[in-house]
Design a protein around this ligand. Structure first.
Ligand code: BTN
Length: 327
């Protein structure tokens, strides 16, 4: 989305009628250009209704992300600006963009946010449904000079950070489903996708991708192939996406800054407190093989501990593994 499209959206976000003529005067551009951009906004789903040829209105007012408001929330929490926030109206994937930036140069502290993702990535090659101005799509870049081994258990620790951010906003009963799903009321509220770039033994950069459902339109929700929930179903109060972003950044930065020194063991007990799968009989798929057993919890490396039907305990480390409850 271009800068001008973003500016038009910011005028329209109050949900009131605006004529093409008034927008053209405000932005100092021709009416025909306003009309062209409005049509493009409609095609990416950012505009939900257009009245007549020359008057535009959004069906609902939009809560668009604001860098200034996120920065203000962070300042209120006493967080020093060692972050670099970039907000896009539309990206294919914030993880893809963040990765590209990390490959160009060391970028610890880069935070990429998008109002919409056209090719959002989930774990195990799945799509992450990412409608416009509805949810949080965030990626954070962090450099680990001592290599990938020092990131063991990081994705689980980030789950703890996301949970802390949600609890701070009054969201209760947030659980963590191994390895990195955020669950409330037995349904998926969000997910984490960690990507590592660089040599296994040399310096590497981590891309921490986080998706949280805030207000998923039904017209997109039906495309999700598992039980899901969003914050609008959980909280009576309207959750500000800017405030949520600030809480996520504050909590995740805290974890990233200390992770090399303290590692996952520092988060183990908190993770165990929130363990969604503990004591449940589950089926785990590891490279085309299924195993059934009772989940015992996670160990201090972040591996899943499972008591198999044979009685033997086995541990599973992240990657392309899926676990589901045996119903
Ligand atoms: C999962 O499958 O549970 C992980 C979902 C991760 C989605 C987020 S949204 C922001 C970031 N950019 C992406 O393309 N994916 C992650």
């Amino acid at each position: 989305m271009s800068d001008l499209q973003g500016k038009i959206l910011h005028i329209l976000k109050d949900g009131k009628h605006h004529s093409a003529a008034s927008i053209s005067i405000k932005l100092g551009i021709a009416i025909s250009i306003v009309e062209k951009y409005v049509m493009q906004l409609k095609s990416i789903g950012a505009l939900t209704s257009i009245y007549g040829q020359a008057e535009f209105k959004l069906a609902v007012s939009l809560d668009l992300l604001s860098k200034q408001d996120i920065t203000d929330y962070l300042a209120n929490e006493g967080i020093t600006p060692d972050y670099n926030i970039k907000i896009f109206q539309s990206l294919d994937s914030t993880n893809r963009y963040a990765r590209e930036q990390a490959e160009l140069s060391a970028n610890s502290g880069l935070v990429v946010l998008a109002e919409q993702q056209t090719a959002g990535r989930g774990r195990r090659g799945k799509n992450w449904i990412s409608p416009f101005a509805s949810n949080i799509y965030m990626s954070v870049v962090w450099d680990f000079p001592k290599g990938a081994e020092s990131t063991q258990g990081l994705s689980l620790a980030i789950g703890v950070g996301v949970r802390r951010a949600l609890l701070a906003l009054g969201i209760k009963d947030v659980q963590l489903k191994w390895p990195n799903d955020i669950f409330v009321n037995n349904r998926k509220l969000g997910g984490i996708l960690i990507e590592i770039i660089g040599a296994p033994n040399g310096a590497c950069s981590v891309i921490v991708g986080i998706g949280v459902n805030v207000s998923m339109p039904d017209s997109f929700g039906y495309k999700i192939d598992q039980d899901w929930i969003d914050l609008s179903q959980i909280s009576k109060a309207i959750i500000s996406r800017d405030e949520l972003c600030a809480k996520l950044i504050a909590n995740i930065f805290k974890i990233l800054k200390n992770f090399y020194d303290i590692g996952f063991p520092a988060y183990l007990y908190e993770w165990q407190d929130a363990d969604f799968l503990k004591n449940k009989v589950c089926i785990i798929n590891v490279s085309h093989e299924s195993k059934t057993g009772t989940v015992l919890g996670v160990d201090d490396r972040g591996a899943l501990r499972m008591r198999l039907l044979s009685g033997e305990e086995q541990r599973f480390v992240g990657g392309e593994i899926s676990v589901r409850i045996d119903k």
